[in-house]
Ligand binder design. Structure first.
Ligand code: 5GP
Length: 178
């Protein structure tokens, strides 16, 4: 995998697609065990989580539903810490087992906001599953229940993650070259 240029930044190969897929296999195994008979509702956070959501749910063997919401929270290469409302939530969450699917959890600000909004709908349970997690940056005390891969604090793209709109289509994960 060669380096790629996206706008003004250069990115180098970091995690190959097959390694990422194996880590998603492991999350699916955990979820299949945890949610047997509970008919979970998977709630993908657009745009970034479309890839993780698709890869994950094709490995889910228990009866489940999947839907998507949108939040606008991030611009450029630094987390703004500001999040908007959840858009497009049409399902009734009352009494459901909800699993939020994220592409990446960084500071946790976005997820904290999403969880607070979801709790107002009185689900039976809420869990978080994320493709990537930056434990060195995470500042919150709620659990990130299911993590495909833990990564160091570097800006990454690929597999749904973008830099100002570019790079979501790249297979595997690429890391910014400082
Ligand atoms: P947090 O609120 O946890 O700091 O950041 C969550 C959001 O910031 C993610 O959903 C994602 O949109 C964006 N983000 C955080 N780190 C990265 C990164 O390394 N690469 C990209 N492309 N987006 C990131």
């Amino acid at each position: 995998m060669p380096r790629v240029q996206l706008h003004d930044k250069t990115f180098e190969p970091f995690i190959p697609a097959d390694e990422l897929e194996r880590s998603i296999d492991a999350v699916a195994t955990e979820l299949n065990r945890t949610y047997a008979g509970k008919r979970p509702l998977f709630l993908g956070v657009l745009n970034g989580a479309y890839f993780f959501a698709a890869e994950l749910v094709k490995r889910i063997t228990v009866e489940c539903e999947i839907t998507f919401v949108k939040v606008a929270s991030y611009h450029g290469t630094q987390s703004s810490g500001q999040v908007a409302q959840l858009l497009g939530l049409n399902e009734r969450l009352n009494g459901r087992h909800v699993v939020v699917l994220e592409d990446i959890v960084d500071t946790g600000n976005t997820m904290e906001h999403i969880l607070a909004l979801l709790k107002d709908h009185h689900p039976a349970s809420i869990a978080v599953a994320t493709m990537l997690f930056k434990p060195d940056v995470f500042k919150k005390d709620f659990p990130i229940d299911h993590v495909a891969l833990r990564i160091p604090n570097a800006f990454v793209v690929g597999s749904g993650l973008d830099h100002d709109g570019l790079g979501r289509n790249l297979p595997g994960i690429y890391r910014i070259v400082p």
